[in-house]
Ligand binder design. Structure first.
Ligand code: OSB
Ligand code: MG
Length: 367
C-alpha cells in the first residue's frame, strides 16, 4: 500500500454540556480529521483528538496541525506498507506527538480493514459484539448539579459513572453521589491535580467503595503512585502516566497502579494501544478505553478497541448525544441500556458525513 493523498481538516463542534476538569473547562472542541487515500483509491479516516491547550498532555491542536503537515503527511507518503503496524513503526522515528501520530495510525487501520473487507474490531483482535459504556462527568458548579447529571446518565442506562475531582471538589461531591446512588459503580479521575502532601483525601476516598482512583498525581510521578497504591484498598488507575508500552513496563514493575486506562490518542494510535492491552492482559491488569471527547471517527476506533478481551471494565465510549447535538458521522454512535454495539461491517463501521464536516471545517490542507 502506498499513500497518494493526505488531507487534514480542522473541525470545530460545540459540546452539548460544558465540561470542566481539574485543569481546564471547555464548551467546544476542535479536532483534526485525517484522510489517507492509497494509490489504488482506498480511503481511511482518522481523528487527532488533542485538546486545544497543553493541559492534558504537551500537545495542542496547533502543534498537531504543524506536526501533521510538516512531518507526518510527507512521512506516510514515503512508506510502502502492507499492514498498519509497518506504518506505525515508520512513524516511530517521530518522538512524542502521540495525538498527532494516532490520527494517522487510526486512518491506516480504517483503510486497511475496509479494503480487506473486515470490521476494524476484528482486524484488531476484538471479540465482543457490544461494549460496556460509562460516562465521564466534569466538575459542576454545585453538588446538586452533579447529582442531576448522575441521575440523567444512570437513567439513560450507563453502567458506570466517572467523576472528575480536584482539590476542593473531592470527598464531599463524591460522598454525595455514593449516598444518593449506592448501587452505581463510581470512579474518580484527578487528572494529576494532587501532590503527595494531600494523601488524606485519598484515605477518605478509599472508604467510599470506588471502582478506582484515576491519575491522582502528576504524569511522571510513578513512585508516588506506587506508594499511594500500597496504602489503599481501591485500585489506582493510570492515564496520563502511560504514554507507551515502556511506561507500562515501569508501572507494572513498581506496582504503581492496578488498572490501566488505554487511550488511542495518548498511546500514539491503535497499534500501540493493542500492544498495551496485550501486556496488561498478560499481567492480569484490567483495562478500559478512555476518551478525549472524540467525534464519531475517533470514537468508532475506541468502540473497536474496546472489543478486545482485556477490556473488562466499562469504557468512556458514550453515545454521540452525550457530547454533540450532531456528530461528524452519517449515523450517530448510540448507547442502549449501557452498551454500544460493535459494527460487523468492514472498516470503522461509521461513515463520515462529508457535507456536515465541510460546513464545520475551519482549515483544510491536502498534499
Ligand atoms: O482524563 O479521561 C480524561 C477528557 C479530556 C481530557 C481528559 C479526560 C477526558 C475525559 C473524557 O474524561 C472522556 C470521554 O471522552 O467521554
Ligand atoms: Mg483520565
Amino acid at each position: 500500500i502506498r499513500i497518494a493523498r493526505v488531507e487534514l481538516r480542522r473541525v470545530r463542534l460545540p459540546l452539548v454540556h460544558e465540561f470542566q476538569t481539574s485543569s481546564h473547562a471547555k464548551k467546544h472542541l476542535e479536532h483534526i480529521l485525517v484522510t489517507l487515500t492509497s494509490t489504488d483509491g482506498a480511503v481511511g479516516w482518522g481523528e487527532i483528538a488533542s485538546p486545544s491547550g497543553p493541559f492534558y498532555s504537551a500537545e495542542t491542536v496547533d502543534s498537531c496541525w504543524a506536526m501533521a503537515r510538516s512531518f507526518l503527511a510527507p512521512l506516510v507518503m514515503g512508506v510502502e506498507w502492507d499492514h498498519p503496524s509497518t506504518l506505525a513503526a515508520a512513524m516511530g522515528k517521530v518522538r512524542g506527538n502521540h495525538f498527532a501520530r494516532a490520527g494517522f495510525d487510526m486512518a491506516a487501520w480504517a483503510l486497511w480493514s475496509s479494503s480487506r473487507g473486515v470490521p476494524l474490531a476484528a482486524a484488531l483482535g476484538g471479540e465482543r459484539a457490544r461494549v460496556s459504556a460509562g460516562v465521564s462527568l466534569g466538575i459542576e458548579p454545585t453538588i446538586d448539579d452533579l447529582l442531576d447529571q448522575v441521575s440523567a446518565r444512570v437513567s439513560e442506562g450507563y453502567r458506570r459513572v466517572k467523576l472528575k475531582i480536584a482539590p476542593g471538589w473531592d470527598v464531599q461531591p463524591v460522598g454525595a453521589v455514593r449516598a444518593a446512588f449506592p448501587d452505581v459503580p463510581v470512579h474518580v479521575d484527578a487528572n494529576g491535580a494532587y501532590d503527595t502532601s494531600e494523601i488524606s483525601v485519598f484515605e477518605h476516598l478509599d472508604e467510599l467503595g470506588l471502582l478506582m482512583i484515576e491519575q491522582p498525581f502528576a504524569p511522571r510521578a510513578l513512585v508516588a503512585h506506587a506508594e499511594l497504591q500500597a496504602t489503599l484498598t481501591t485500585p489506582v488507575c493510570l492515564d496520563e502516566s502511560i504514554e507507551d508500552v515502556e511506561d507500562l513496563v515501569t508501572a507494572l514493575r513498581l506496582d504503581a497502579g492496578r488498572i490501566l486506562n488505554i487511550k488511542v490518542s495518548r498511546m500514539g494510535g491503535l497499534t500501540h494501544a493493542v500492544r498495551a492491552h496485550d501486556l496488561a492482559r498478560a499481567s492480569d491488569i484490567p483495562v478500559w478505553c478512555g476518551g478525549m471527547h472524540e467525534f464519531g471517527i475517533g470514537r468508532a476506533a475506541n468502540v473497536a478497541l474496546s472489543a478486545l478481551p482485556g477490556f473488562t471494565l466499562p469504557s468512556d465510549v458514550s453515545g454521540s448525544d452525550k457530547y454533540y447535538a450532531r456528530d461528524v458521522t452519517t449515523r450517530p454512535i448510540t448507547c442502549t441500556d449501557g452498551f454500544v454495539d460493535v459494527p460487523d461491517t468492514p472498516g470503522l463501521g461509521w461513515d463520515p458525513d462529508p457535507d456536515f464536516i465541510a460546513a464545520h471545517t475551519a482549515n483544510h490542507f491536502a498534499i
